[in-house]
Design a protein around this ligand. Structure first.
Ligand code: C5P
Length: 318
């Protein structure tokens, strides 16, 4: 049983203060995009993980892999042994702010649910997903959604038109807890950071009453107004990500120069995403960004995308 699971980007990621449990309340607008990992589950004597694809460096193939933990969590819920060979074909950059590990975990849940004939309700799978990580429930859902809480509480958003994005990949990854921690440090050092950020960027929402996805972005998505969507891209983790990786600013500046409707660091970075006017512009933008020193690969993709389950070996449609 195979599942193609998309990467996610965040059009807005608004981050509240650190909570006592070590997480931050967020309000985010997730969109799944057409850059996929493929997760294949087949019966085996015991749990085994194998890897292929361009993005396997730093990915574990033992029980610590989030997809393996997903199989164990689902097996426990179903009262059976996690006896599965999981193969992860990884096209999504690792530790890139694209939730590739979460995508693999979501794919493992969907594949094993089918393989074992469990037929669990989406809400049951979502519970297991939330126990694995903040981004796993969205990876299961796909499409476009507002995420709140630590990102696990989802409200799907309907989008009238496909958006054309360029995903600009940087060398190496960034650790999500490190980037959140740097945000806390920067805010502690300069408590008026959010005010300064608002002054510096028209897209920075007013978060005085907590993290928020601005209504103007939701309206723009509903209307299919790509220019307005581009103007609303905002990520509170961009400041700490740029603090840790200053060279990313050159990628974002290049995207602007190349006519992107907007550009932003995705999640905790270091991947940047740029919104193109259309498919042809996305190809041009990707070609231009590939010439940037801080950009090791650039993919023209579309959003929203959805997970796709296929019986292993069957022809896969796009
Ligand atoms: O949920 P996940 O395991 O992906 O989170 C990894 C880490 O990222 C957390 O341990 C926490 O440090 C940070 N995080 C956070 N607030 C969130 C999501 C993640 O502080 N909403």
């Amino acid at each position: 049983m195979s599942v193609r699971v998309p990467a996610k980007i965040n059009l807005v990621l608004s981050v509240g203060p650190l909570r006592p449990d070590g997480f931050h309340d967020v309000a985010t607008l997730f969109q799944a995009v057409s850059l996929y990992d493929e997760v294949t589950a087949s019966p085996a004597a015991d749990l085994r993980v194998t890897l292929s694809g361009p993005h396997t460096a730093g990915v574990t193939s033992d029980a610590s892999n989030l997809a393996a933990r997903a199989v164990v969590a689902l097996a426990r819920r179903a009262g059976r042994e996690p006896a599965v060979h999981l193969h992860l074909d990884k096209l999504i950059p690792v530790a890139g702010g694209l939730a590739g590990g979460s995508a693999d975990a979501a794919g493992a849940l969907l594949a094993c649910d089918r393989l074992w004939g469990l037929g669990l309700a989406r809400s049951d799978l979502a519970d297991v997903a939330a126990s694995l990580g903040s981004d796993v429930p969205f990876a299961l859902l796909g499409g476009t959604a507002v995420g709140t809480g630590r990102g696990e509480r989802l409200r799907p958003v309907s989008v009238v038109r496909e958006l054309h994005w360029v995903v600009a990949v940087a060398a190496g990854g960034l650790s999500t807890p490190v980037v959140f921690g740097r945000l806390d440090d920067l805010r502690a050092a300069a408590p008026d950071t959010s005010v300064a950020a608002r002054a510096a960027s028209t897209a920075a929402p007013d978060t005085s009453s907590g993290p928020v996805v601005p209504q103007v972005l939701l309206d723009a998505l509903r209307d299919g107004d790509a220019t307005a969507i581009g103007a609303q891209l905002h990520n509170d983790l961009q400041v700490p990500a740029l603090d840790l990786r200053p060279e990313l600013a050159t990628t974002l500046a290049a995207a602007r120069r190349l006519g992107a409707l907007g550009g932003v660091v995705s999640g905790s970075g270091p991947t940047c995403v740029a919104l193109a006017r259309d498919a042809a512009h996305a190809d041009d933008l990707a070609a231009g960004l590939r010439r940037e020193p801080a950009c090791v690969a650039a993919h023209a993709v579309v959003g929203p995308a959805a997970p796709l389950v296929t019986p292993d070996g069957a022809p896969r449609s796009a």
